[in-house]
Ligand binder design. Structure first.
Ligand code: FO1
Length: 340
């Protein structure tokens, strides 16, 4: 299927695009971006800086959901119905662990997926940093982008929830427990990203931001995906310093997220759950934030004037990633806004 060649200036000089990404939303956006740039006469290199704060140690294995979701999605190995893990998956290991009564049973690793975690854990224990591990795994999957962990240091998002059994009345649970076991059905009182303040950007991350011609912020979760990438010390500085325009796409349409738990987490941070609220949360670069431009969905056209007043270039376009063609059109609109 051919994507219509962009009607913008063909040679607009964009050679390097860097994308800050979480899991499935970010990966789907990059699929559309790759389809678009592959139609261009000159080669374009896409670098994805992915969130690693969803990571967890499970049964002695290091699991990196967002890195794996980007790698599997772009490498053609993802189960697109689930939005995570491998297609054609089997669950014998999970069933055997349950038979042994091993917890947690609420988070399942597929048999094929276990191999990824075995390779990663083995390499980490041999002393390789997560960035080298990711590069090695991508040699098999060929995602068509340079996939960089936001940091090689250990960071983990924990969510504070109510717990009457605790003297404080609250307790912190790992993000995966909040999302997968609690199904984000209880209020999130706070988001704590353990280790983030001491983390350093992974190899290549700062340069990928400084050397980019365009930086894109896809419709990933603004708190536990994009927010954590922005929270790595040095990343915001690089975004403020880069000569590249920084353009984002709203993950909130008509006041709601499409999937995931952005509404709950934005509420925990007292951020307005709207296309404009997220953009203002990221902030205009001219006011110490990170955004030059922001795309909102057509249904949120009322946000355009408000954001322009806040110093953020804004346009309303269809933002539903229904298929690669629709997503490519979103990517084209983002590049178009960046070029203006
Ligand atoms: N999500 C679930 O809802 N249930 C699971 O058992 C589960 C297992 C799992 C294993 C590996 C992996 O990479 C992702 C997995 N996820 C599961 C999804 C995960 O919670 C999400 O990919 C992100 O962390 C949130 O965006």
């Amino acid at each position: 299927m051919t994507i219509p060649a962009p009607h913008g200036p063909a040679a607009d000089g964009v050679r390097r695009i860097t994308v800050l990404s979480g899991g499935y939303g970010g990966a789907k956006f990059v699929q559309g971006l790759l389809a678009l740039v592959r139609e261009r006469p000159e080669p374009v290199e896409v670098t994805v800086v992915a969130n690693t704060a969803d990571d967890l140690w499970l049964h002695g294995l290091k699991v990196c959901p967002d890195l794996d979701t980007v790698m599997y999605t772009l490498g053609g190995g993802l189960d697109t119905d689930r939005g995570w893990g491998r297609r054609e998956e089997t669950w014998s290991v999970k069933q055997e662990l349950e038979a042994y009564g091993v917890e947690p049973t609420w988070f399942g690793l597929g048999d094929r997926d276990v191999a990824t975690h075995l390779v990663r854990t083995e390499m980490l224990e041999a002393g390789y940093p997560l960035s080298a591990v990711t590069e090695a795994l991508c040699r098999r999957w060929q995602p068509g982008v340079r996939l960089l962990p936001m940091t090689d240091d250990r960071v983990e998002t924990h969510i504070v929830v109510d717990d009457p059994d605790q003297p404080s009345g609250q307790r912190a649970v790992h993000f995966q427990e909040y999302w997968v076991r609690l199904r984000a059905e209880v209020p999130a009182r706070a988001v704590v990203v353990v280790g983030l303040d001491k983390a350093t950007p992974g190899p290549g991350v700062v340069d990928a931001l400084l050397d980019a011609d365009v930086v894109l912020v896809p419709p990933s979760n603004p708190v536990v995906s994009v927010g954590t990438v922005l929270g790595v010390p040095g990343v915001r500085d690089a975004l403020r310093e880069t000569g590249a325009p920084v353009v984002g796409l709203s993950p909130i349409i008509g006041g709601h997220h499409l999937r995931g738990m952005a509404e709950q987490l934005l509420t925990a941070l007292d951020v307005e759950v709207s296309a404009a609220g997220v953009a203002e949360h990221y902030g205009a670069r001219t006011a110490g934030g990170v955004l030059d431009g922001w795309l909102v969905d057509s249904t949120d056209a009322d946000a355009v004037d408000r954001l322009r007043g806040a110093g953020i270039r804004c346009e309303a376009v269809p933002l539903l990633m229904t298929d690669v063609r629709a997503t490519a059109a979103m990517a084209e609109a983002a590049l178009g806004l960046a070029a203006r």
